[in-house]
Design a protein around this ligand. Structure first.
Ligand code: S3P
Length: 445
């Protein structure tokens, strides 16, 4: 989806205590995967709690254009009739993934195992993001790609492999997107496809592949790494999927409740896969009162309810090996660190430079314009917390939903209001964000 309209500014002001019980929308990673794996399976996949944000809707449209039958039955309830592994049809038009790196990269992996040609495209933000990291392994597996002068950027044409080759691939960076693209392409290859990663990234693809009937094994590799192997050419069978609430979306009200005095909120059904909970671990180290209640599991993914109470936070040192388990949460952690007492050092953040925006630069700009001392040293970000934030800044969101939501959470507790220049990209991952935050007492206008 392309955002062609005018920018929509929004302001956040100091709010009274936040209160209430909310369920943030379905997990974005799992939502993309349920549509893609459902499209590669035989029979019906019935999804409930699907995130109906723009990123995921673009993946749904792409799967439809590739020949799957994708239908919305009710709020968050979708049915997918897949085409079987290797069974995609050539789309008539370019596939537009809007703002979503996950959508486009996973779909490239899935298409690489079908003997078709498809053009992949996205919005201005996605067109700046690196795709070589995906094309390298897919080309080793027999796919071909071509685009204009600048290799490795969208738009690009991908031609899937007629006879995909199983490979052993060491990912150059810890990335679930790279791992998933290789595994999805490996579905169509005979024999074993193996991915080795230096740091263990989110494993939703592996868990969901098993749920659909594939044989996948996963074992430790080195101190923090993982080796994942998939047996190719399985018969994937359509399955039922209940999507838990997204911990990366829950992160925004969670941090808001910690920094707005006297707040107490409940976040329901939040997915607690340990490869996604680095933020909660870090906030607890900072002194956050976050209680986990009512733990349970669904389709291989654990979830729980969290009670979050306003807390006096202190600065901490966040180790680099924690980055994959909280890669999307550093912006909002930087907000929490601004309200803390003392220095927070977040280490090993190089991957933040290639997200929806350069999030290292954007976070520093967001904090500085609101009077918080911040610096980047190498790949580390250092935030000097003083227990309160002056605020008063206008934050440039750079087509990045998480910058917009983080800046607004800062404004709910800062001395002067915080404005964002454009809140429209929040709809890519959290369409109900503003009304949900207002229901808890957030002053957003
Ligand atoms: C995602 C993986 C992460 C994350 C993104 C979602 C996924 O990206 O930033 O929002 O669903 O696989 P990388 O794998 O590029 O780190």
């Amino acid at each position: 989806m392309t955002h062609s309209g005018a920018k929509k500014p929004l302001q956040a002001r100091k709010s009274a205590a936040l209160a209430g019980r909310v369920r943030v929308p379905g997990d974005k990673s799992i939502s993309h995967r349920s549509l893609i794996l459902g499209s590669l399976a035989v029979g019906e996949t019935r999804i409930s709690g699907l995130l109906e944000g723009e990123d995921v809707l673009n993946t749904a449209k792409a799967m439809q254009a590739l020949g799957a039958r994708v239908e919305r039955l009710a709020d968050g309830v979708w049915s997918v009739q897949g085409v079987g592994v290797g069974g995609f049809a050539a789309p008539e038009k370019p596939l537009d993934f809007g703002n979503s790196g996950t959508g486009v990269r996973l779909a490239m992996g899935a298409v690489a195992g079908s003997p078709i040609k498809a053009t992949f495209d996205g919005d201005a933000s996605l067109r700046t993001r690196p795709m070589r990291r995906i094309l390298d392994p897919l080309e080793q597996m027999g796919a071909r790609s071509s685009n204009g002068a600048e290799g490795g950027r969208l738009p690009l044409l991908l031609e899937g492999a007629r006879d995909p080759i199983p490979i052993v691939y060491r990912t150059p960076v810890a990335s679930a997107q790279i791992k998933s693209a290789v595994l999805l392409a490996g579905l169509a290859a005979p024999g074993i496809t193996t991915v080795i990663e230096k740091e263990w990234s989110r494993d939703h693809t592996e868990l969901m592949l098993k749920h659909f009937g594939a044989e996948v094994s996963s074992e430790p590799d080195g101190a923090h790494g993982r080796k994942i192997s998939l047996k190719g050419q399985p018969e994937l069978k359509g399955a039922k999927i209940a999507v838990p609430a997204d911990p990366s979306s829950a992160a925004f009200p969670m941090v808001a409740a910690l920094v707005v005095p006297d707040s107490e909120i409940i976040l329901a059904d939040v997915m607690t896969n340990p490869l996604r909970t680095g933020l909660i671990k870090t906030l607890r180290e900072m002194g956050a009162q976050i209680d986990e209640l009512n733990k349970r599991g669904d389709a291989g993914e654990p979830m729980a309810e969290f009670r979050v109470r306003a807390s006096q936070l202190r600065g901490v040192d966040v180790p680099p090996e924690r980055a994959p388990s909280m890669i999307d949460e550093y912006l909002v952690l930087a907000v929490a660190a601004s309200f803390a007492e003392g220095i927070t050092r977040m280490r090993g953040l190089q991957e933040l430079r290639v997200k929806e925006s350069d999030r290292l630069a954007a976070t520093v700009a967001m904090l500085r314009v609101n009077g918080v001392k911040t610096e980047i040293v190498g790949d580390d970000m250092i935030v000097e917390g003083r227990g309160h934030v002056p605020g008063g800044g206008l934050v440039a969101t750079h087509m990045d939903h998480r910058i917009a939501m983080s800046a607004l959470m800062m404004g709910l507790a800062s001395d002067a209001p915080v404005c964002v220049d454009d809140m429209s990209f929040i709809g890519t991952s959290f369409p109900d964000f503003v009304p949900m935050m207002r229901r808890m007492g957030a002053e957003l206008s």
